[in-house]
Write a protein that binds this ligand. Structure first.
Ligand SMILES: *Cc1c(COP(=O)(O)O)cnc(C)c1O
Length: 361
């Protein structure tokens, strides 16, 4: 290989500088790190899915427009006819479509920090300048900084996760409205945790022409299918739809998601159970001395604890995998994030944490 064929000469420097998104191995662990729904589908439903899968024409390309699935989503989410739907291979793919669509040479993508790391990573993939505006100490929006950044950078797009990941809180509704009114770009509200939050910007789609809304089935029970949705006015979605790869939603995802959406009551009951467990976990954590628990409207809890990295490692040795955020952002020093699991998984997490703390203190 001649010298000029080396990747460092060909690949963009900002890609060379990235480290790949790290997914830790989790075989044999109690997995409380990735905001998955801990409950499997019922045996009956899995039998029905097995039948559908057996009869699926996998030799053919899937329906490129995923018409049946989209119609089912429209019914289930009660989306009015004047709002369009774009489907992505997870909402990650939708973030990528939006970033690529607006990536003019001088365009800027704004988000807040700490937030979902894919906003920054995908900005880099799409070759668009990223600006992360720090949140306040309590993880609320720093409106002075946000409005200043909007004036300075004139962002093409602002991404806000609502509730925010990894902090779990909801930003102030009126403050987000004020951002919508101030910016001349698009605002994408990422409602990945909507099932656990009870609030949404969905009714604002009719009021703000620059609002787009993202949802995903990942956090409410179908992470393995990879299905994300973008909701918005047709003038935006007609353009973004052009960039969607023709068969991005595979046939298995189309037929299984459509099937499961006939059973949304089950998913709603599971979300309800998770919310109940969230209250229990949060109460438990707040009884521990020197632990600060942050309020959560999602299916995970962020907490700050002395020697967080040691505790994370000790939990891992006990086969409990959570997320260590210490060192990822100055505001997250000594912070850990635990996903709400089944009652059994949660009590194992709590008792193991208690054991670890009684030994280290
Ligand atoms: C998990 C998560 C997503 C990713 O969802 P997928 O649909 O699985 O790609 C998007 N946004 C936020 C804020 C998340 O936490």
């Amino acid at each position: 290989m001649s010298n000029s064929h080396l990747p460092e000469h060909i690949i963009r420097p900002e890609i060379l500088a990235l480290s790949a998104y790290h997914v830790p191995p989790a075989a044999g662990m109690i997995k409380l790190d990735a905001m998955e729904n801990p409950y499997p589908l019922s045996a009956e439903l899995r039998d029905e899915i097995a039948q559908l899968a057996a009869n699926a024409p996998v030799n053919r390309y899937p329906d490129a427009s995923a018409a049946l699935l989209k119609e089912k989503l429209r019914q289930t989410l009660a989306i009015s006819d004047d709002i369009d739907i774009l489907l992505g291979n997870g909402s990650d793919e939708i973030i990528q479509i939006i970033a690529m669509a607006v990536a003019k040479p001088d365009a800027v993508l704004i988000s807040v920090e700490p937030s979902f790391v894919m906003f920054r990573m995908i900005a880099t993939f799409a070759n668009i300048q990223y600006v992360g505006v720090p949140l306040k100490q309590d993880f609320s929006l720093d409106m002075d900084a946000m409005l200043a950044a909007i004036v300075k950078y004139k962002p093409a797009v602002i991404f806000l996760a609502y509730p925010n990941n990894p902090t779990g809180n909801l930003f102030d509704y009126a403050e987000i409205i004020s951002i919508l009114q101030t910016t001349s770009g698009i605002v994408v509200i990422d409602e990945a945790y909507q099932a656990f939050a009870d609030v949404s910007f969905i009714n604002e789609l009719n009021h703000y022409p620059n609002l787009l809304l993202m949802r995903t089935l990942s956090k409410s029970g179908l992470a393995g299918l990879r299905l994300g949705l973008l909701l918005g006015r047709s003038e935006w979605l007609i353009q973004l739809e052009k960039m969607r790869l023709p068969y991005n939603i595979g046939i298995m995802t189309q037929i299984i998601a459509e099937k499961v959406l006939h059973h949304t009551l089950v998913l709603a009951e599971q979300a309800q159970a998770i919310k109940l467990e969230r209250t229990k976990m949060s109460t438990f954590l707040s009884t521990i001395e020197n632990v600060k628990v942050y309020p959560s409207k999602a299916n995970f809890i962020l907490f700050r604890i002395h020697a967080a990295t040691q505790i994370f490692q000790a939990l891992k040795q006990h086969k409990i995998l959570i997320k260590n955020l210490d060192g990822t952002h100055p505001l997250l020093e000594n912070c850990l994030r635990v996903t709400i699991g089944t009652p059994d998984e949660n009590s194992q997490f709590c008792s193991t944490l208690q054991t670890i703390l009684s030994k280290t203190v």
